[in-house]
Ligand binder design. Structure first.
Ligand code: HEC
Ligand code: HEC
Length: 308
């Protein structure tokens, strides 16, 4: 049995040796639209009572995620799932843990009208933005159609496209700088391959490109019994499937998991070993994997330091 596992893991390792891709050093985006989207992202006027902006839950500059297991929306209403980061979200194949938004434009509509979040509506948000002459002028200058519901969410999506974090030590390593990782970090990467983490966490976001069963090798009891992808498809076989989260900048985004139940990165890795790999790993291996995961922190997006 053990032999079979070891053989299948080494096959995995061979097949997926180059499975992670570096984040491009430069991503093209429309600067005017993105800076407009940036203003909207920080504008609490888009919420029902003017109290909550996208940035209330997605902290920027910084992790782009929330620090509490669940987020608090208008009137302090608590949500039911942990907020992931918006950093590099443009590289995810779909948005949300259950993939219910096919792209960032589609995603941005939802928090505005979600009663647990901004508790407003897209028409009401549009009406608010229309009252501001500076916004109106900027939309007219950036979009042929001017300010519409579609251009409103498109500007936010364009800002999110600019939230990429290149130059992580691991990306430098992938580009050929073998000194970018120390011995422990390299060993951690080897373990990440050997334990098969890479079979789910791969691609440019080291995640974000497939759904997987959470509890693949041991039934997981989620804090709020979220059914994951099943919520969208209603297919029995999709129960407890979640979008595999990106591990980019993972050191910055505690707490972890869709229910925010893992307080530290070590705890998240230990749970992954138990529920996804089906093993109890020794502390040394966990330390090494953690050291590797810490090399996935990239540069803060340049759009966040421009004074615009
Ligand atoms: C009250 C807190 C809150 C507010 C306000 C909020 N979000 Fe979120 N955001 C979340 C939570 C929680 C999730 C995860 C929900 C889910 O997957 O079902 C999320 C998910 C996302 C995702 C998907 C990321 C991924 O990896 O799947 C993006 C992108 C995002 N939000 C952008 C925004 C934008 C843009 C706004 C403003 C228009 C916004 N959020 C407002 C809490 C919030
Ligand atoms: C079978 C697929 C699979 C394997 C193998 C796997 N993961 Fe995961 N990983 C997932 C899924 C799915 C989630 C999201 C779980 C949830 O719903 O909360 C996740 C979540 C995580 C998280 C938390 C991310 C966050 O933002 O909350 C970390 C860290 C992580 N995995 C690391 C690892 C490591 C390290 C390994 C190897 C020891 C590993 N994973 C193996 C599928 C997998």
């Amino acid at each position: 049995m053990l032999k079979v596992i070891i053989i299948s893991m080494s096959i995995n390792f061979l097949l997926l040796a180059e499975a992670i891709l570096p984040i491009p050093l430069e991503v093209k985006y429309d600067k005017k639209r993105a800076s407009l989207g940036k203003k909207l992202f920080f504008d609490s006027g888009l919420s029902k009572d003017g109290s909550i902006s996208c940035a209330s839950c997605h902290h920027l500059p910084g992790s782009g995620a929330d620090v509490t297991p669940f987020s608090f929306g208008v009137n302090g209403t608590e949500g039911g799932i942990h907020s992931p980061t918006v950093l590099n979200s443009a590289f995810n194949f779909v948005q949300f843990w259950d993939g219910r938004a096919k792209n960032l434009q589609d995603q941005a509509k939802q928090p505005i009208s979600n009663p647990l979040e901004m508790a407003s509506s897209l028409p009401a948000a549009l009406a608010y933005v229309k009252t501001n002459p500076a916004y109106l002028q900027a939309f007219n200058a950036s979009y042929e159609e001017g300010l519409t519901e579609e251009s409103l969410v498109d500007a936010i999506a364009e800002f999110e496209k600019a939230l990429y974090t290149p130059n992580a030590p691991f990306d430098k390593y992938l580009r050929g700088d073998k000194t970018a990782l120390n011995k422990e970090e390299k060993e951690g990467y080897t373990l990440f391959n050997e334990y098969g983490c890479i079979s789910c966490h791969n691609g440019i976001n080291i995640g974000g490109n497939m759904y997987q069963l959470f509890g693949a090798l041991r039934l997981y009891q989620s804090k709020k019994d979220n059914l994951g992808r099943f919520n969208v498809t209603k297919k029995e076989s999709d129960k407890y499937f979640f979008k595999v989260p990106s591990l980019r900048n993972i050191a910055l985004t505690p707490p972890y998991l869709h229910d925010g139940s893992a307080v530290t990165l070590k705890e998240a890795i230990t749970k992954m070993m138990e529920y996804q790999v089906g093993m109890i790993a020794n502390a040394e291996d966990i330390d090494k994997i953690e050291a590797f995961l810490k090399t996935l922190t990239g540069d803060s997006p340049s759009i966040l330091d421009e004074s615009q």
